[in-house]
Design a binder for this molecule. Structure first.
Ligand code: MN
Length: 288
């Protein structure tokens, strides 16, 4: 298992310079830095190469994550929107290839968060989504890139909300570089427990986001980390595990994630570092 964190723990906006975070997470003991797909979509080649070289220098693996905005909804029945979404994702995949990022997760099969003022047509949308994911998977395959489809709660998406639906979706996509991505925050809302969904996902699990139910760093809440660790060991999971803590209100990140209060205990940057360093030590004890 490789352990990482999302850069947004320290940031209020999605589009930031990821470069300084590569050495920072390495110093904190992580193996992975997760960056935002949207943040690398528009980066020039020299910046992408700089990220690649810095990651290599620091021994860090980069992964990417994105919830596609509505204008790039690859599950849209509007051909123009779907086409724009496919083109945007292909641009991200091209840039990932330059930056040597071989994995992207998130809501890359539809859009996020869902606008529920529009009536839900689950079956029809599911068919379009599967076609789009196949097209993106076939484009990503020669680059050695894996797509991991994030399973999120009912308030944010409807195509699949639990591990069983996600696994069936991935089986229906039927591409070996498409996997299930789970997230403990969403599982806490949708699953009966944490052990069985991981066991039942088994070899289809490709990426795992972790955080407490209130999105604090692992170890500060009530998520059963020992049970999750047991499940991951029982499926011989050797993939990526990335923390996705959000503890500060404000900016585009606070607004999109709905962080309306300070959950960090008024932590300054050095306390944020200390908290996540301790969390990683705690987590490795539970998972390895
Ligand atoms: Mn997540």
């Amino acid at each position: 298992m490789k352990f990482g964190t999302y850069f947004a723990y320290w940031e209020r906006e999605w589009d930031v310079d990821f470069f300084p975070y590569i050495s920072k997470v390495a110093e904190l003991g992580f193996d992975i830095l997760e960056v935002s797909g949207g943040g690398i979509a528009d980066l020039p080649e020299d910046k992408l190469i700089a990220l690649r070289e810095e990651a290599k220098r620091c021994g860090i693996t980069l992964t990417a994550c994105i919830g596609l905005p509505a204008e790039y909804n690859v599950s849209s029945s509007d051909r123009t929107i779907r086409g724009n979404g496919i083109a945007y994702m292909k641009k991200i995949l091209d840039n990932m290839d330059i930056a040597d990022i071989r994995q992207i997760g998130g809501i890359i099969y539809a859009y996020w968060p869902v606008d529920y003022s529009i009536p839900v047509e689950k079956e029809k949308t599911r068919e379009i989504s599967i076609e789009s994911v196949r097209e993106l998977a076939d484009y990503a395959k020669p680059k050695g890139i894996t797509l991991t489809l994030e399973t999120v709660n009912r308030f944010e998406q409807y195509l699949f909300n639990d591990a069983a639906e996600a696994t069936q979706f991935v089986k229906d996509v039927d591409r070996d570089n498409v996997k299930v991505m789970l997230d403990s925050f969403h599982m806490n809302i949708e699953e009966d427990n944490f052990y069985d969904p991981i066991i039942n996902t088994g070899k289809y699990l490709g990426h795992y986001h972790i955080g407490e139910a209130n999105r604090k760093v692992p170890g500060k809440g009530h998520i059963p980390w020992a049970e999750i660790g047991r499940a991951l060991r029982d499926i011989n999971y050797d993939g990526t595990i990335v923390m996705e803590p959000f503890v500060k209100p404000g900016g585009g990140v606070g607004s999109d994630i709905k962080v309306w209060r300070d959950l960090s205990g008024d932590a300054d940057d050095s306390k944020l570092d200390e908290d996540i360093r301790e969390s990683l030590i705690f987590l490795k004890k539970q998972f390895i």
